[in-house]
Design a protein around this ligand. Structure first.
Ligand code: BGC
Length: 719
């Protein structure tokens, strides 16, 4: 027998052996075996080529199958608000499938405005179940980047300006989604707070700001949400791209936080093989082939063959990919099948939208409208008929249906009210539209103007920031004219925050509707006509003008010469407005209800054993109005003599409490040591100092009627 024949026989025998091992009795195929044993068993069967193939895309949203071992292609999909339509394998165009619809959930900013982590969980559940029904394995959401500038084009996808609120909402979401046997992918790690120059911009900030503002939501999602994957951001942090940033990925995420899942790149966010290999990236995804040219494909394989990189590093990356695959039951016969657009999904979509709408103003209780008392209603504004779900780029959804605001209103009032519609404004402008809208307004009992922003590039859309904070298309002038023509004008704004100074005093009622998803029109009608009592609160401060916002006040946006330095440090959002005594248009945590709530009898109760929280703030909450309603109670902590300067106050607890008219409930908000701590970047630890604190409780960051001092007896430090 020649050597060649011998080696061919050897390969054949090996293949046979592997095939035998691939049978259902193999350890990695057995769901009863411990996860790590299954992972080790599968890892041990892979060739170098097969290992490499698990570390990069083989199309825009897939990784390669290994048929001989029964490993299917892994399917990844955007995004945070529902399962995106299928994209062609090699283009960004839609594939044109007819089975790629999904339930369009409210956008992240609307979800955050519910301040209800149970709804975070519910939204995650819908997305996870639909992902399974659509055959997806990893869902690219939630997005938890902090709202640093109101201009960031992706603020609508994220969860606002506060780390605790973002972290708790996202944790619920991830738990809900992953319960459906898929992996969530929290993004974009980290400091991805502007779209301008997003692929190249270098972010500089001090360590304390990174730890206290930009990392905590990710940390919660990793440690409490047990998220299975993390997406690196496009930008650089301290001179290194975040998709292969040693400090962020190796040191903090995998080292300090103990993350066991996989780190994937944002699409085409990798720039260097050596860094990608060494700095913690486990899966490279991208936009254009050839996929074997990806940094973690052929270049890595060749580097390994030349001995440039240790094999142990390769195994570690593959192990993480396999762990996520096996933990989400990709190979298991009883993997949950999921479900699509069920009645329950639709209900969740409506509930999140209804709880996320924020009533900003309601002079003389113009709202809720009583259909019995209205003969004619003029609905005005292009957003009344605009379908918004299929916009914004990667978070867009091909919705099964979308109830636009006008449809929701028509469905709600039936034929009992004469509803007219006029567009009022349009991109490009048209004076006739204004005249027609004014004529309609004059003749109506009530006007509901529905405007705001949309997902066009330059508004709430990926890839660019907004040029300013103004309402576009002449809407400011139109609103002023409408309210002059008919003082009973309600303004409903979709999109993220805008300035309202030119008309807010004249307009009696304003509703912030964000992007409320495919049930949004029904939810809006339910709020306008009082079937739902609004309970949303702002997850971000609305400034009077852009220059009142910290990054803009300090000229620290969008950066110069490719670097943006976060000179406002910790003072992001309300932390800035409250510390610098700047009056916002509407403060963080603010939102009205159709009923009123009274706060009383605050008592701080220290825990008496290790099972109990360090401290509980207990108080009475009473619904003093005429309608059932829900109040978000908010708790802020102020430290009196910190050894390092701290913001005036910080959100450290919140709860949503439903009450009937006249009902009082004793509410208890737990606080642990982290609620008192700040990050000391000289000593590299968190420290809760023995000091006097003020605990403040109320219904918004600027309305905190209950206050009490608390002396923390001993200093505690922790990592
Ligand atoms: C976005 C990600 C998204 C990815 C895939 C990127 O441009 O930044 O959020 O998940 O594309 O569509």
């Amino acid at each position: 027998m020649t050597l060649n024949t011998a080696s061919r026989l050897g390969v054949a025998l090996l293949a046979l052996a592997l095939n035998v091992c691939a049978e259902p009795t193999a350890i990695y195929m057995d769901p009863q075996q411990p996860l790590e044993q299954r992972v080790a068993d599968l890892l041990g069967r892979l060739t170098l080529e097969e290992k490499i193939a698990q570390l990069h895309g083989d199309s825009k949203f897939t990784t390669a199958a290994i048929p001989r071992l029964g490993i299917p292609r892994r399917w990844l999909s955007d995004g945070p608000h529902g399962v995106r339509e299928d994209i062609g394998p090699d283009t960004w165009n839609a594939s044109g499938h007819t089975d790629d619809f999904a339930t369009a959930m409210p956008a992240g900013i609307c979800l955050a405005a519910t301040w209800n982590p149970e709804l975070g969980h519910a939204e995650g559940q819908v997305i996870g179940q639909e992902a399974r029904a659509r055959g997806k394995d990893i869902m690219l959401g939630p997005g938890v980047n902090i709202l640093r500038t109101p201009l960031c084009g992706r603020n609508f996808e994220y969860l606002g300006e506060d780390p605790l609120l973002s972290g708790r909402m996202a944790t619920g979401y991830v738990r809900g989604a992953q319960a459906a046997d898929i992996a969530s992918c929290v993004k974009h790690f980290a400091a991805n707070n502007q779209e301008y120059q997003r692929g190249t911009i270098n972010v500089e900030m001090d360590e304390r700001t990174l730890r206290e503002i930009y990392l905590p939501a990710f940390k919660m999602v990793v440690q409490e949400g047990r998220v299975w994957s993390v997406m690196g951001a496009y930008n650089q942090l301290r001179g290194e791209h975040c998709c292969h940033n040693d400090y962020l990925l190796n040191h903090i995420l995998k080292g300090e936080w103990g993350f066991q899942g996989l780190v994937m790149s944002d699409w085409a966010g990798v720039h260097d093989t050596r860094q990608a290999v060494r700095n913690g990236l486990d899966l490279e995804m991208g936009t254009d082939g050839p996929y074997d040219d990806f940094y973690l494909a052929r270049p890595y394989r060749e580097g390994l063959q030349h001995g440039d990189y240790p094999l142990a590093g390769l195994d570690e990356k593959v192990r993480r990919n396999l762990r996520v695959m096996l933990a989400t039951h990709v190979l298991d016969a009883n993997r949950k099948p999921g479900s699509l657009n069920t009645a329950a999904h639709q209900k969740t979509a409506e509930q999140v939208a209804a709880e996320g709408l924020v009533l900003l103003k309601n002079r003389d209780q113009l709202l809720p409208l009583d259909p019995q008392k209205i003969v004619s209603l003029a609905v005005i504004g292009e957003n009344a008929v605009r379908l918004q779900a299929h916009g914004g780029e990667s978070s867009e959804i091909k919705a099964f249906y979308e109830v636009a605001p006008l449809s929701g209103i028509l469905q709600r009032v039936g034929s009992s009210v004469n509803v007219t519609f006029s567009e009022g404004y349009r991109k490009g402008g048209d004076t006739n539209l204004v005249e027609r809208a004014l004529a309609a307004a004059r003749q109506a009992d009530v006007v509901v103007f529905i405007g705001g922003l949309n997902h066009d590039k330059g508004f709430d859309c990926e890839g660019a920031d907004r040029p300013n904070l103004e309402l576009p298309y002449g809407q400011n002038e139109l609103i002023q004219k409408l309210v002059a023509a008919n003082p009973r004008t309600v303004v409903v704004l979709e999109g993220t925050m805008v300035t309202m100074d030119t008309w807010l005093d004249q307009v009696p009622a304003v509703v912030q509707a964000w992007y409320p998803g495919m049930e949004g029109g029904n939810a809006l009608a339910a709020v306008l006509f009082g079937d739902v009592n609004p309970s949303g609160k702002l997850p971000c401060t609305f400034p009077r003008r852009l220059l009142d916002s910290p990054a803009h006040a300090l000229g620290a946006y969008p950066g110069t010469n490719g670097t943006v330095t976060y000179t406002e440090g910790l003072l992001v959002g309300y932390r800035w407005f409250d510390t610098q005594h700047v009056e916002p248009l509407f403060p963080f945590g603010y939102g009205l209800s159709y009923t009123q709530f009274k706060y009383s009898n605050l008592k701080l109760v220290p825990g008496t054993n290790a099972e109990q929280p360090l401290l509980s703030a207990e108080f009475d909450l009473t619904n003093t109005g005429q309608r059932p309603g829900a109040e978000v109670v908010e708790l802020y902590v102020h430290q009196r003599h910190p050894s390092l300067a701290r913001p005036e106050q910080e959100l450290k607890g919140f709860q949503k409490v439903g009450l009937n008219p006249g009902e009082t409930r004793r509410v208890s908000v737990p606080l642990d040591r982290t609620a008192f701590a700040f990050y000391d970047d000289r000593q590299h630890h968190w420290r809760a100092e023995a000091d006097e604190f003020e605990i403040r409780v109320g219904g918004s960051s600027r309305d905190l009627p209950l206050k009490q001092r608390y002396q923390l007896p001993v200093t505690q430090t922790f990592p």
